[in-house]
Design a protein around this ligand. Structure first.
Ligand SMILES: C[S@@+](CC[C@H](N)C(=O)[O-])C[C@H]1O[C@@H](n2cnc3c(N)ncnc32)[C@H](O)[C@@H]1O
Length: 288
């Protein structure tokens, strides 16, 4: 394809440009064409501004030849804003309704398995691990005396975010809205550290298995719950539909899917494969 044939200036929407971009990103194993056009455009235009390039074709040339710029663009597409127990109401609902339902159907000595898809810097899967650990600590009170193992798979396309998550170390400012009790129970202060950093205790860290991976290329497994929050919003309708179908295949019968507060079930027939058990909290159940 002759790049010069492409219309100059901003031609991101041009299918030829998109194909070129897709090829450039092939090594990152990221199908860039699945993102919403407006989101992709904004991110690219922002990078072009920073690099003081006004011609999109020139920017494509730069991406082809400068792996650092490619990394910057890739990272700008991976918005990793997150926090511990983000949207408390959702975690409260999982604790009060969803986990007891799962436990009532699970046999002794079995495993409860959860996938945090698009886990960013780890706050979400660690929050799930803390929540489950807390529930099992008080399981006698809710009348369940089972010896259940916990496994949490946490994946993200951004390998920097995964490397960070695996350290389990967070600056104090990221723990500020945690209760004193939770902080005391699950974090230890790293001594002699200027930033006043805390590390999550190894009992919690060991429950989470991190891996850099695109949701769509993740191996199929049978999870009890999938958290995929604040990820779908960046994707086009057909990509969202593909991801939702992938989740359906990756859940146990009657397993649960937790989406972000601004997300809905999008796509053909997705309302036939998931039932909104707690619509306000964006918690859905797999229809078998
Ligand atoms: C805004 S963060 C959300 C983090 C967390 N789920 C939450 O709600 O707090 C979105 C994360 O999804 C990741 N992501 C986006 N597309 C992905 C994909 N196809 N596969 C895996 N991770 C993806 C991004 O890299 C980013 O870290």
């Amino acid at each position: 394809m002759n790049k010069e044939n492409l219309v100059k200036k901003t031609v991101i929407e041009n299918p030829d440009s998109l194909l070129l971009l897709k090829n450039i990103f092939e090594n990152n194993k990221l199908d860039i064409t699945k993102f919403k056009m407006q989101f992709l455009k904004r991110r690219i235009e922002r990078r072009m501004q920073i690099k003081e390039i006004s011609d999109f074709i020139k920017y494509l040339h730069l991406l082809e030849n400068d792996s650092i710029e490619l990394t910057y663009l890739f990272e700008s597409l991976s918005i990793n804003v997150t926090s511990f127990f983000r949207d408390t109401a959702v975690f409260n609902a999982v604790r009060a309704i969803i986990v007891p339902k799962i436990l009532s159907n699970i046999e002794n000595d079995k495993m409860i398995s959860v996938w945090s898809a698009g886990c960013a810097s780890g706050e979400e899967p660690y929050s799930i691990a803390i929540l489950l650990n807390d529930i099992f600590g008080i399981s006698k009170k809710i009348g369940i005396l089972k010896n259940i193992r916990i496994h949490i798979k946490a994946t993200d396309i951004n390998n920097k975010a995964i490397d960070f998550a695996q350290t389990g170390q967070y600056q104090n400012k990221f723990l500020e809205h945690l209760s004193t009790d939770l902080k005391k129970k699950y974090f230890t202060k790293i001594e002699n550290h200027d930033d006043s950093k805390y590390e999550i205790i190894s009992e919690i860290k060991d429950l989470v298995d991190f891996e850099t991976m695109d949701i769509l290329s993740s191996p199929e497994n049978a999870y009890d719950v999938i958290f995929c929050r604040n990820v779908l919003i960046y994707y086009k309708k057909d990509a969202q539909e593909l991801i939702l179908k992938k989740f359906h295949n990756c859940l146990k019968n009657e397993g649960y899917l937790v989406l972000g507060s601004d997300e809905i079930l999008i796509g053909k027939n997705t309302e036939n494969i998931f039932y909104p058990v707690m619509p306000k909290e964006k918690i859905f159940q797999k229809i078998n």
